[in-house]
Write a protein that binds this ligand. Sequence first.
Ligand code: ATP
Ligand code: MG
Ligand code: MG
Ligand code: MG
Length: 477
Amino acid sequence: MQTHEIRRRFLDHFVRAGHAEVPSASLVLDDPNLLFVNAGMVPFKPYFLGQETPEHATATSIQKCVRTLDIEEVGITTRHNTFFQMAGNFSFGDYFKEGAIRHAWSLLTSSVDDGGFGIDPGLLWVTVYLDDDEAYGIWRDVVGVPEGRIQRRGMADNYWSMGVPGPCGPCSEIFYDRGPAYGVEGGPEADEDRYIEIWNLVFMQNERGEGTGKDAFEILGPLPKQSIDTGMGIERVAFLLQGVENVYETDLLRPVIDTAERLSGTRYGVDSASDVRFRVIADHARTAYMLISDGVTPGNEGRGYILRRLLRRIVRSVRLLGATGDTMAEFMATVKEAIGPSFPETIAGYERIERIAVAEEIAFLKTLESGTQLFERAAEEARESGAATLSGRQAFALHDTHGFPIDLTLEMAAEAGLQVDEAGFRSLMSEQRARAKADSRSKKHAHADLSVYRDFLDAGETVFTGFTELTDESTLL
Ligand code: ATP
Ligand code: MG
Ligand code: MG
Ligand code: MG
């Protein structure tokens, strides 16, 4: 079943049950605390908090989401995208646990002819929060899931909250068993690669009290109105229904892998390190496309920095696979072809998306070209002197002479089996900053010819924070 159809069936199922269909909000909301929308319920927050009254008691949507926290999983696990579509149904004081459970089960297991996904109920497992006997009872007695396929899990997995003060409550999740070829028996508690989480049902029933951390807060009395928030991953359902191996091989992302094969001359499915690169390219190309469409432009901090990292990682990855020319325009065109029909506004704004992505590629290729030779010389020197570390001075020289960003040096050093003296690099950077300050006080413009990456290095600590959040050398390869 194609992704467009999975989307349509989801919405139709809930509209038939009286839900108002709400379009996806932008990935970027006017909220300084939220980098990107990362769940379907985000646009409905004011209703759950009782700050606004919803027009309808129940709603359904397919929300665009970006989770930067999952970046390190991309290409490595079978199930994590940075951009994905979260399908949800919401009840604002209307139906509660039994309604949410029945709706989800019937969509997943109804036959394709009856508008469902036609999943064999024997492949589905469910989890409930430790003491949520009510949900346990509904799964067992109303739906008929055998006790052997219902697991109880603790707060870290099965308890949800939205900050203090705010609603909180237990959740119940639905998993799909891919079979013994994919891991050990024993349900999601034993193996989340074999048992793929597809749907999270959140039962908002209590007020959250003080305490920090995902599993260390107080649960206060009941809410005046119990509510439902659910999230089903469209890409995950697509990968399972399409019989492919992971979310990157579904109908919406596989075409990008095919384009990368063509541009690089390397085959997908032959070498596992290359395959991770192919999957990273597919994922990041789509995320970059969607972010630009929602108004993000490459920059040196915050949202723009995330986008910049994604675009640069595509460029690096495809070159490591063997491409020599520019590739970005082809990747963007491929993404448009695949996802455009679901998001027509991206087709209308395509020219701009391509222009911004391609400009970043051109700037980055320039940096790469000028710095690579010097990097190789530095690596050679380090090896010859028997050190497994590039000195802070060498990293600084790369930056200072070629505008080579430290994250790129770290990335390339990791590939070459070398460490980098980051502390030494930073201390030279702050010396330089101090000098620049003194210079500018005396009205000299020492930095007039900064290349694009010098700017963001000079921005200081934010760069390093972004790097830590976004990448891990071990997963960049
Ligand atoms: P996981 O444990 O697999 O990381 P999660 O528990 O973090 O998933 P939720 O926050 O419960 O996910 O989100 C609801 C649903 O959204 C999930 O059940 C899944 O189907 C989907 N989903 C979550 N994260 C991703 C992602 N990075 N890529 C694709 N789909 C996702
Ligand atoms: Mg997760
Ligand atoms: Mg989970
Ligand atoms: Mg979950």
